[in-house]
Design a protein around this ligand. Structure first.
Ligand code: SAM
Length: 304
């Protein structure tokens, strides 16, 4: 810490606005908006996230975005193990001070994603190791997520099927709307279909920008996502299904028939597409966004 800075406030997981200001000033830090550094300042909301996670000592929690460690400290009080990942190393000293000596917390400094769109294997290994060490039977993701990585992180964790009991995450409101959207609405897309095909989604609370410092430009939401084994079994190969959905939704405005014929990774014969659509009893003039989950699964089985 630079000499000319004021002394840091007494470390506390109780992250009020004035506490955050003093913390940042004393460590000579500034929030980096490009890293999605919007810190939660409403204590009731931190408590709500923790309550929704229903934690006990049999839980190994993954937190993405340690920030100043306020949520980390709360999680560590209740969970068996916490693995917390932070890309910004300059927050390390603050977070470690706030969390204090807690043997059940593992800090990982790095990107939660590898190659932009995959899960960081070091993060997964640290989570595995921590769960084994603490004899934790369950896994949970509990995090105030940096918004730019929310979709790839959640999708990849769902696809990996790493035995996650639930995810309780703060995300951008728009992403929450997509994850729970129903057919024939503007928010319904590949993400809605993927998430709802393998999990149950619920919005716990809509959260206004005033609850963060600095304030984001958009609303947020605390979302609960519970992977559902029965649904997953119906999907079969989830990785393949995700690729199918990605290709199906490349051209959102095209109807089903046009989308299937002009497939981005290889065009199909018109007559084959028409024959299969007829077999499935699907009207080719519809758009994908009007199909329900079950129809998407049948379509993927026939064309995937
Ligand atoms: N948990 C803290 C809180 O609730 O106040 C901070 C949450 S803040 C919304 C998100 C945090 O994620 C930031 O500290 C940011 O630096 C970090 N972050 C951004 N991108 C990341 C990435 N790709 N991998 C890991 N951490 C990331």
């Amino acid at each position: 810490m630079p000499d000319d800075k004021p002394a840091p406030p007494v470390p506390s997981p109780r992250q009020t606005l004035s506490y955050l200001h003093r913390l940042f000033e004393s460590y000579g830090l500034e929030a980096k908006s490009k890293l999605g550094q919007n810190f939660l300042i409403d204590l009731n909301l931190v408590d709500l996230v923790v309550r929704a996670a229903e934690l006990d000592r049999s839980d190994a929690v993954l937190e993405v975005g340690t920030g100043t460690g306020s949520l980390t400290a709360k999680l560590a009080e209740i969970a068996g193990a916490v693995v917390t990942v932070e890309i910004d190393r300059s927050l390390g000293p603050v977070a470690k001070e706030v969390v204090g000596e807690r043997p059940n917390v593992t800090f990982v400094f790095g990107d939660c994603l590898a190659k932009k769109n995959e899960l960081n294997p070091d993060m997964l290994t640290a989570w595995d190791d921590a769960a084994k060490r603490a004899n934790c039977a369950r896994r949970k993701l509990v995090a105030n997520l940096p918004y730019v990585i929310a979709t790839p992180l959640i999708s990849n964790l769902l696809i990996a099927g790493t035995d996650i009991e639930r995810m309780v995450v703060m995300v951008q409101w728009e992403i929450a709307e997509r994850m729970r959207a129903v057919p024939n609405t503007k928010d319904y897309n590949a993400l809605s279909v993927l998430v709802q095909s393998v999990a149950d989604v619920e919005v716990v609370r809509k959260v206004a920008p005033t609850n963060f410092h600095p304030r984001p430009k958009v609303d947020s939401a605390i979302v609960m996502i519970k992977p559902n084994a029965e649904k997953r079994a119906k999907v079969g190969d989830v990785t393949k299904f995700r690729v199918f959905l990605r290709d199906l939704y490349v051209h959102r405005r095209k109807n089903l028939r046009q989308a299937l014929i002009g497939w981005p990774t290889g065009a199909r014969e018109k007559k084959d597409v028409d024959a299969k659509l007829a077999e499935l009893g699907l009207d080719g003039t519809l758009r994908s966004e009007s199909l329900d989950l079950e129809q998407h699964l049948r379509l993927a089985a026939a064309f995937g």
